[in-house]
Design a protein around this ligand. Structure first.
Ligand code: NIG
Ligand code: FE
Length: 413
């Protein structure tokens, strides 16, 4: 995991202070919509760790810097990205607009094409491509994120990608975890069961032994892998001491959400076609967050996930960018909050909970970040309006004026 050293001491006052504190993690059902938000609040820290976060009139330390009519919220946590990748696929988006489907393009285009582009690039080229993307994420308020492999499609190429992800994590100010997307597409010339066996017997143990990854992911879809494959991977991941996650019900229904809950996955991601069975499973899941990815829904012009059903039934929900060159060339969490509200019917406060504390839980970082409360890192963003609703209200506008990590202003890095 990356991240900068803890910063010095400090305190700021803001017209709105959304600490998101209290209530544990992940937040479920109606708790998503009632985060702690105070008018005229202060956050103070020592050595980069929060010592106070709450109403200004309850604060007794040294005079805070007054930021004025702004909001301070915990840094955004993007718990689903496909960085590192190399190169864009705008022509595939154009082809989809002209009537081709994502399934159609899978093979000549899609994941295999990104794998080919990556294979042809040097390590330095890949890092040079990804660095500015992570800077752009920082400018949009992302202070912690997931990096994911999946464009390797061979044991060596996946391990290379995991190493590149760790290098990138070491360079950027954000806290990064690395997920091994062990089963993303069946490598050319190989049968699906053969790749699953190699992923389980060779790739996952090697990645774990070399300390390269923090979790394992599987793309469950009719064009990719099955629920049975996910079950096999879950056994291999457990053997390697790694939690699992899965891409579930994105293009069609596969009951992967139910399987994710049954297998104790930390998240079931996408959930566009999750049915009543999956909603019921997620509602009662002790350890599985429904991670909704509205930007890929937007780009694919897909059916939205049943967000209101999930929250109404009591599920824990996160939102993330799914940043990737195929289905979601969107890296901004404020943009995702806007799409989560407009496309999925989230309220503003639900969307902020889903963009901070809940994704921190998905990445296993909730003890360190995701809310502003004593003992956690002073990772926060300053928004240009005290009204949080401005964020979903103004898609396309970057509301983030400052990004702080560990008590240091890292805006512009
Ligand atoms: O989460 N669905 C699978 N993986 C990505 C897309 C990958 C790609 O098209 O490059 C997703 O949407
Ligand atoms: Fe994804």
């Amino acid at each position: 995991m990356g991240g900068i050293a803890n910063g010095s001491d400090g305190a700021v006052r803001a017209a709105t202070m959304a600490t998101m504190a209290g209530g544990g993690a992940p937040r479920r059902g109606s708790d998503l919509g009632s985060p702690a938000v105070v008018r005229s609040g202060v956050v103070a820290w020592t050595d980069g760790i929060v010592t106070y976060a709450g109403p200004a009139d309850g604060y007794e330390g040294a005079a805070p810097d007054d930021l004025g009519e702004v909001a301070v919220v915990p840094g955004f946590v993007d718990c689903h990205t496909h960085v590192p990748f190399f190169g864009w696929r705008a022509d595939e988006y154009e082809a989809r607009l002209a009537g081709r489907s994502y399934r159609d393009l899978h093979g000549e285009g899609g994941i295999s094409r990104s794998a080919r582009m990556l294979a042809e690039a040097s390590d330095e080229q890949v890092l040079a491509f990804c660095r500015p993307l992570l800077s752009e994420m920082l400018a949009a308020g992302t202070t912690a994120l997931e990096l994911k492999t999946g464009y390797g499609l061979s044991v060596d190429a996946e391990l290379r990608l995991a190493r590149l992800a760790r290098r990138l994590a070491g360079e950027v100010p954000q806290t990064c975890t690395v997920t091994l997307l062990a089963c993303h597409a069946v490598p050319a010339g190989m049968e699906r069961p053969d790749w699953v066996r190699i992923a389980c017997d060779e790739l996952i143990p090697a990645a774990a032994e070399q300390g390269l990854v923090d979790a394992v992911d599987v793309y469950v879809e009719d064009i990719a892998f099955s629920v049975e494959d996910l079950e096999r991977v879950a056994v291999a991941a457990a053997g390697a001491g790694l939690p699992i996650r899965c891409h579930a019900d994105q293009l069609g229904h596969s009951a992967a959400a139910e399987a994710a809950v049954r297998l104790g996955a930390r998240s079931a991601d996408h959930c566009n076609h999750t049915g009543p069975g999956g909603v019921a499973a997620l509602a009662h899941a002790p350890a599985t967050v429904a991670t909704l990815l509205p930007a890929s829904t937007f780009s694919l012009r897909a059916q939205p996930a049943p967000a209101r059903d999930l929250i109404g039934a009591g599920a824990a929900v996160a939102v993330a960018t799914d940043f990737n060159p195929g289905t979601s060339p969107v890296l901004s969490m404020p943009e995702v909050i806007a799409m989560g509200c407009s496309l999925y019917g989230l309220t503003t406060t639900e969307a902020f909970t889903a963009a901070t504390v809940n994704p921190a839980w998905v990445l296993g970082l909730h003890d360190r970040l995701g809310t502003l409360e004593p003992g956690k890192r002073a990772d926060f963003v300053v928004l240009d309006s005290p009204d949080l609703a401005t964020v979903p209200y103004r898609p396309g506008h970057n509301p983030v004026v400052q990004t702080w990590i560990g008590g240091r202003d890292v805006s512009g890095r």
